[in-house]
Write a protein that binds this ligand. Structure first.
Ligand code: C2O
Ligand code: CU
Ligand code: CU
Length: 549
């Protein structure tokens, strides 16, 4: 199965080369993509931190009886303070890496998997050769040596594999970890640190009766991929235990990461307490934001401030995913088995618990929530070279394929529309333009087709799905979110959950939504990718290069 897919992929690549030559709008850009892979350490690079990260098959006592097979990042500290690697005990996840802005890091990534892989540092600003481009995959037995200076501001980043066509299964099997960056500005704020700074990775998984992972089964196949994987249970921090035991009288920073393949969440406390959000993706917010609930798209991070000063020992707080309207988006009918989905999967848009906080000890701290967090300047729309005429990227389905502007993945191609200049600021308009004819009537009228196993049919025309859109290499600001073309019921059920402040690298494009973002291309040239971070969509080709020249 994997082999067939890979062959297909190679063939497509060949076809694109021909297309490139005969199509004047497409410019072939191979710059950067042919750099030699750094398989050895550079003796001239003197790292503050050096670690070894090995991706390998792993067995863990996830359930009480018997082991479960995973793929995990195993880590070893070669140089640096012991606080650099925070291993989560009994977790299939990789370590939490903690570093400071300005530090130099060397990471030896060893591939001991039975297939090709490469690691990407999600949200981080690194040279092309260290970004985990899909063409940089290494095979079993090889080592890729990353050497870069941490240039990002304080924020919650993460790492995961990025081989084309296999990112979904590799992340699903357990390959992911958090990368936390701190800086001087943040350290002045007296925010919770140490045991009070708590990583919370949220994922969904399905296990079979023998306790083994199941990926896209239960009639998944093509249709499961079209929609994306939805699991039967939530897994927190890669362990079969979703309770955090915290201290009464204390304040916490919970770093939430949605590490799921395609599921997204509407986060809210069960007892109706509002959320206090202090950070998102690649930065703190300028000031704490209180919200009734918050949307957490795939790959995004959200830092919550949790105050347990008035919560006595014995209190339990539950963070839930609250109900929202997911009609036509892989929720509802598609989960009901009609689309060949897994009937036991947690319904997208349903209500279910994510994790609980058990207040089980007394404690003290002297942290305080500052009224002002990180003062920063948003990029002004007027600083963009294309303010009047932003680049436009449409995410939609065409001929049963998820595409960006009608194109799918080509390893070394970037069109003119996908070519930008170093040291410029640009506005991009990201549009989820769906799959064509929509509306309840059409859906019902085609009901007959939906029950069938036929993978073709008119399904493509009816698929409306959110696309969590991610751009490598940059952190951007969100200028505008136009929801006028969205289904009003869907929008009304989620509209108070969006944060447009801060520096972000992934944005949830709901069906019909148009988002204007602004970003600056700095320091590094070459081919970087942008894609839908629904990993099944990405693997199917909803990923493209953009070229910084
Ligand atoms: Cu989280 Cu292209 O990556
Ligand atoms: Cu990324
Ligand atoms: Cu998508």
């Amino acid at each position: 199965m994997e082999k067939i897919e890979r062959r297909k992929f190679i063939k497509l690549g060949g076809a694109a080369t021909v297309l490139t030559l005969s199509w004047p709008l497409l410019s072939s850009c191979t710059e950067g993509a042919t750099d030699k892979k750094p398989l050895k350490a550079n003796p001239g690079f003197n790292p503050d931190i050096e670690i070894e990260l090995t991706a390998k098959e792993n067995r863990l006592p996830f359930f009480p009886n018997g082991d479960t097979g995973f793929w995990s990042f195993e880590s070893k500290l070669i140089k640096g303070e012991t606080s650099v690697l925070q291993k989560i005990e009994n977790s299939y996840l990789g370590p939490v890496i903690r570093a400071r802005k300005g530090q130099k890091i060397r990471i030896h990534f060893k591939n001991e998997l039975p297939e090709e892989s490469i690691v990407h540092w999600h949200g981080m600003h690194v040279p092309r050769v260290y970004d985990g481009h899909p063409t940089d995959v290494i095979t079993n037995g090889q080592t890729y040596v990353y050497e870069f200076e941490i240039m990002n501001r304080a924020g919650t980043y993460w790492f995961h594999p990025h081989p084309h066509g296999r990112t979904g299964p590799q992340v699903y099997n357990g390959l992911a970890g958090m990368f936390i960056v701190t800086d001087e500005e943040e350290e002045k704020l007296n925010l919770p640190t140490g045991e009070f700074d708590v990583p919370v990775v949220i994922q969904d998984r399905t296990f079979d009766a023998d306790g083994q992972l199941v990926y896209l089964d239960g009639g998944g196949g093509m249709q499961g991929k079209m929609r994306g994987f939805l699991g039967e249970q939530i897994v927190i921090n890669g362990k079969n235990d979703s309770a955090l035991s915290l201290k009464s009288g204390c304040r916490y920073r919970l770093r939430l990461l949605n590490g799921s393949n395609s599921r997204f969440y509407k986060l809210g406390w069960e007892d109706g307490t509002p959320l206090t959000v202090i950070g998102i993706d690649g930065s703190l917010l300028d000031k704490p934001k209180t919200m009734p609930y918050a949307m957490l798209a795939v790959a995004k991070r959200l830092d919550l401030w949790v105050d347990l000063t008035d919560r006595p020992v014995g209190t339990e707080m539950k963070l839930k995913s609250l109900p929202f309207s997911a009609a036509m988006m892989g929720g509802g009918m598609m989960d009901g088995g009609m689309m060949g989905g897994n009937e036991k999967a947690l319904p997208l848009g349903g209500a279910y618990a994510l994790f609980s906080i058990k207040v089980d000890q007394e404690g003290t701290d002297d942290f305080a929530l500052p009224a002002q967090l990180a003062p920063f300047n948003m990029l002004a729309a007027s600083s963009a070279i294309n303010e009047q005429n932003p680049r436009n990227f449409k995410f939609f389905m065409e001929r049963m394929k998820w595409t960006i502007n009608g194109n799918t993945w080509e390893p070394r191609e970037a069109t003119d529309r996908e070519t930008v200049k170093l040291d410029t600021t640009e506005i991009w308009e990201l549009v989820n333009s769906g799959g064509g004819m929509m509306g309840g009537g059409g859906m019902m009228g085609n009901g007959g087709m939906m029950g069938g196993k036929d993978e073709g049919g008119g399904m493509g025309n009816m698929m409306q799905m959110p696309h969590p859109i991610h751009i490598h290499q940059v952190q951007f600001n969100i200028l505008e979110r136009d929801t006028s073309a969205m289904d009003a019921t869907v929008w009304n059920s989620i509209k108070e959950g969006f944060i447009d402040g801060g520096w972000q690298d992934t944005v949830l494009g709901m069906p019909g939504m148009k988002i204007k973002i602004i970003m600056r291309f700095e320091d590094f040239k070459g081919l970087f990718v942008y894609h839908c971070h629904n990993l099944e969509h990405e693997d199917m080709g909803m990923m493209r290069n953009y070229s910084i020249t």
